[in-house]
Design a binder for this molecule. Structure first.
Ligand code: M6R
Length: 590
């Protein structure tokens, strides 16, 4: 949800900011802009569209000066227009601001400020410029003005601010939106995600809520909201930017799907003592709740089956955006497992903060090192799958499943055996990649005009049906529903018509016959059945053969064709699978 960048150094800043913004585009691509300071002026270019389009029109990297800020937008307040694109400025064009987050009390503040200030956009961000302007007019320094301004803000924000009156510094501040400072050699970055500057430096300082950083050409000073200096040493991030390149593929999505087996290997490579410790914390808890959103929640639902089937440990999965409404049931005897690729999802963070305040123990399963969720948790397990750039979760979903397998095996005191089985599996899961790709491309061609898809499965694979449907919806904009196969006849079957595609996930396990029966019921109403299974059946109109594995591992066996089907349909429909409309990878607003 919006990406912000700031750079100050010795070289021209705008090309650096542009490069960094390009790596943040997964956070938003409604509009883009850059502002720099040169000759005591703020120079600003911005427009609607993806970065490449805005760059093509305005040469954002042509802005002079060694200090600049930039923004990619995922619109919240105000339509996608040039006026609403960031950076925003004050009345005199002396202050420029980029913002990620939502200022909830912006309407009241705008009414207060409107008499003395001229507003040119509909955004919540613009009030920040005018508030800072007000305090600077009173004689405050830029950082004093920013500190004074944030006292009035309600909501979430990561801000980077520059001013011609103090042209050698960027002032940055965060509350409930991610912000990381990069320490280079005589050059400094501030950004929503360290990935944006990893080609330049991997020395980072993670800012905490309510901290204000003054980033100058010769160093960084961090203050708390009372203005007291805070000492913070940089830490090193192990990720490489190279891991986030397309590696010759048309889209990040395909590359990341292909990395699935490697993701299994890497996620299964964990510190054994740490996994055992986390597993014992779960096993001993009176109550275990898993919370997550989107694909991470579907991984959690599979985790729930695994905990129950393998370790006899019952737990509940609560959608993160609904978790706050269960606050009265959370206490110090609760273990909350929060699952998130980004570790920044606002709904997850809010639920976790609530649970922590109530004394619950927090375990996080995250991918992004140093993310807010990893830092707020009592214990963290990392997915180790490297940067995932495509908005749709693919390899991170697989890695999340692996962590749930590891925890379940650890609870049975069979962690070594589980690790070995998982690593062994990784060799085979993409085995039929080429053959399935061919079949799925043909299917995509045949079915791309269908308006509705249904995905059915039972037991541990039920969440795979939901995950398959989510992938299809978000990438191709075709309506899709995933559901337990047995539930279909309780209403949804009314929607099945001649030719409606039904993806039946029916591995050759205890669910096979019943799922096939449910598929037959839809076929009787005209459905076109795509069987995702290791066992053929005459009911299938198309059979996507998956590797035969031990029953509990079928989610890892069926995941590839589900991801590929969504990918090929999106490509067939001419959609960009890496940047689906209306979405952003890191959902940092509630
Ligand atoms: O970063 P997170 O895992 O917390 O993100 C959660 C969801 O926003 C995410 O899984 C989303 O549903 C993906 N676009 C699904 O492909």
């Amino acid at each position: 949800m919006c990406g912000i960048v700031g750079f100050i150094g010795k070289e021209q800043a705008s090309p650096v900011v542009l490069r960094a913004l390009t790596k943040l585009e997964y956070r938003g691509y409604d509009s883009a802009g850059v502002a720099s300071i040169s000759d005591s002026k703020i120079l600003l270019k911005k427009d609607v569209g993806k970065i490449a389009e805005v760059q093509g029109k305005y040469a954002l990297d042509g802005l002079p000066g060694t200090i600049a800020i930039g923004h990619v937008r995922w619109a919240t307040h105000g339509k996608v227009t040039v006026a609403n694109a960031h950076p925003h400025m004050d009345c005199d064009g002396k202050i420029a601001v980029v913002h990620n987050g939502i200022i909830e009390n912006y309407q009241e503040l705008r009414h207060q400020l409107e008499g003395d200030h001229k507003f040119v956009s509909d955004t919540d961000t613009e009030i920040v410029c005018h508030l800072i302007e007000t305090y600077m007019r009173m004689g405050n320094s830029l950082e004093q003005a920013v500190i004074a301004a944030i006292q009035q803000l309600v909501g979430s924000y990561a801000l980077a601010v520059i001013s011609v009156d103090e042209p050698n510094k960027i002032v940055a501040v965060r509350k409930s939106s991610p912000l990381v400072i990069g320490i280079g050699d005589g050059e400094y970055f501030v950004a929503s995600d360290a990935l944006s500057f990893l080609d330049k430096t991997n020395q980072v300082i993670f800012m905490e809520d309510d901290e204000v950083a003054v980033i100058a050409g010769d160093g960084v000073d961090i203050y708390n909201k009372k203005g007291k200096h805070v000492n913070r040493k940089p830490t090193k991030i192990e990720w490489e930017w190279d891991q986030a390149s397309k590696n010759g593929h048309d889209y990040f999505m395909l590359k990341e799907i292909i990395e699935g087996p490697e993701a299994i290997q890497n996620a299964a490579t964990q510190d054994k003592k740490h996994v055992m410790d986390v597993a014992m914390t779960i096993l001993r808890a009176e109550q275990v709740v898993i919370t997550a959103c989107g694909s991470s929640r579907y991984a959690a639902l599979i985790g729930r089956y695994l905990f129950s089937q393998l370790a006899g440990k019952f737990c509940d999965v609560v959608m993160a955006s609904e978790f706050q409404y269960f606050a009265s049931s959370i206490d110090k005897h609760t273990v909350v497992i929060a699952v998130s690729q980004s570790g920044e999802t606002a709904d997850v963070m809010e639920g976790v903060k609530m649970a922590r305040d109530k004394g619950a123990k927090i375990i996080s399963i995250v991918n992004v090192p140093g993310s807010s969720l990893a830092r707020i948790a009592h214990k963290a397990l990392y997915l180790n799958c490297g940067p995932e750039i495509c908005v749709a979760a693919t390899k991170s979903f697989i890695a999340q499943l692996v962590i749930f397998y590891l925890l379940s095996f650890a609870m049975m005191n069979k962690l070594d055996q589980g690790t070995k089985q998982l690593k062994g599996l990784s060799v085979g899961v993409n085995g039929s990649f080429d053959e399935n790709s061919q079949k799925l491309m043909v299917l995509a061609d045949k079915l791309h005009e269908q308006g509705n898809f249904y995905y059915i499965a039972r037991g541990i694979n039920f969440a795979m049906a939901s995950e398959g449907a989510l992938k299809l919806k978000e990438l191709s904009y075709i309506h899709a529903e995933g559901m337990p196969a047995g539930e279909l006849k309780h209403g949804t079957i009314a929607l099945i018509e001649e030719g409606t595609p039904v993806v039946a996930i029916c591995p050759n396990d205890e669910t096979y016959h019943e799922t096939v029966s449910n598929a037959i019921e839809t076929k009787a109403r005209g459905a076109f059945i795509i069987g995702v299974s290791d066992r053929d059946n005459e009911v299938y109109d198309a059979w996507i053969k998956v590797p035969e594995v031990e029953d509990i591992f079928y989610p890892l066996s069926v995941v590839l064709p589900l991801q590929l089907l969504a990918y090929y349909l999106a490509v067939r429909l001419g959609k960009d699978p890496d940047k689906p409309r209306n979405l952003a990878k890191s959902v940092t607003v509630k």
